[in-house]
Design a protein around this ligand. Structure first.
Ligand code: PMT
Length: 219
């Protein structure tokens, strides 16, 4: 991207997994190291943006000159996102949010007496769709982690969640996507698409921020 491509622009990025408590010692989660989201936050900062990173539990250090809001559950992540919305001009959802959470969280550790047990799950709110449903809403970019029919499902999420752009990951490959240092993505928006072959997440993040900047301020 050109230096200053996002000068003074407020950008909010979600990253990492969420943890949905079962009891005080157990939880349900998704794969995600946070590497993609943290790299995007650093790239947006380097493009001149004021960046807030809403991060699920990851082992990465807080990047310099970025406000980091640490959360655990999807409900916490939603609340953090909504409280950042007033000044947010670009929202990028790279977090791997748990789609469901246990309907009830046990106060005490559940004992392992029964041979089988089931956990009732309820759907979590969709954070990026909630952001995109606000009026006015920021330029909203989602990710799509897919294992098959990547374009079909990604374009479905672009339309259904009312996003401006979606970055699709094929997470069936072990060399890219979750946890890896590299990623390869296809990006879709209503009138177009582009493809980035395998590269380091830091370099990819700079490409993606350049693309977002071009669409955020078309001229
Ligand atoms: O963290 P890394 O190890 O670097 O891996 C990066 C990544 C693979 C996690 C990342 O690139 C990625 O693809 N993130 C999205 C993962 C995901 O949960 O995708 P999804 O297709 O289930 O969700 C679609 C979109 O809706 C995403 O933008 C997601 O953040 C958002 N979502 C989903 C559910 C929910 N309740 N709220 C949401 O906001």
């Amino acid at each position: 991207f050109e230096s200053g491509a996002l000068a003074g622009v407020s950008v909010v990025i979600t990253a990492g997994p969420t943890r949905e408590a079962i009891d005080p010692v157990r939880y349900i989660t998704n794969h995600s190291s946070g590497k993609m989201g943290y790299a995007l936050a650093e790239a947006a900062r380097d493009a001149g943006a004021r960046v807030t990173l809403i991060s699920g539990p990851v082992t990465l250090d807080a990047p310099d000159r970025i406000k980091v809001v640490r959360v655990n559950s999807a409900m916490d992540m939603l609340q953090a996102a909504e409280s950042e919305l007033e000044h947010c001009e670009i929202f990028i959802a790279s977090a791997a949010v748990a789609d469901y959470r246990p309907a009830e969280v046990a106060d005490q550790k559940v004992k392992k007496s029964a041979d089988e047990m089931s956990i009732q799950l309820v759907k979590n709110p969709d954070i990026v769709a909630t952001v995109a449903a606000h009026t006015p809403h920021p330029f909203t970019v989602g990710f799509a982690a897919e294992t098959q029919d990547v374009e079909h499902y990604a374009r479905g999420k672009l339309a259904r969640k009312n996003l401006d752009m979606i970055v699709a990951n094929d997470v069936s490959r072990s060399d890219i996507g979750f946890n890896s240092d590299n990623n390869a993505v296809n990006v879709y928006w209503p009138e177009g698409q582009c493809q980035f072959d395998v590269m380091n997440k830091q370099i990819l993040a700079r490409e993606l921020i350049g693309l977002v900047a071009d669409h955020f301020r078309p001229d």
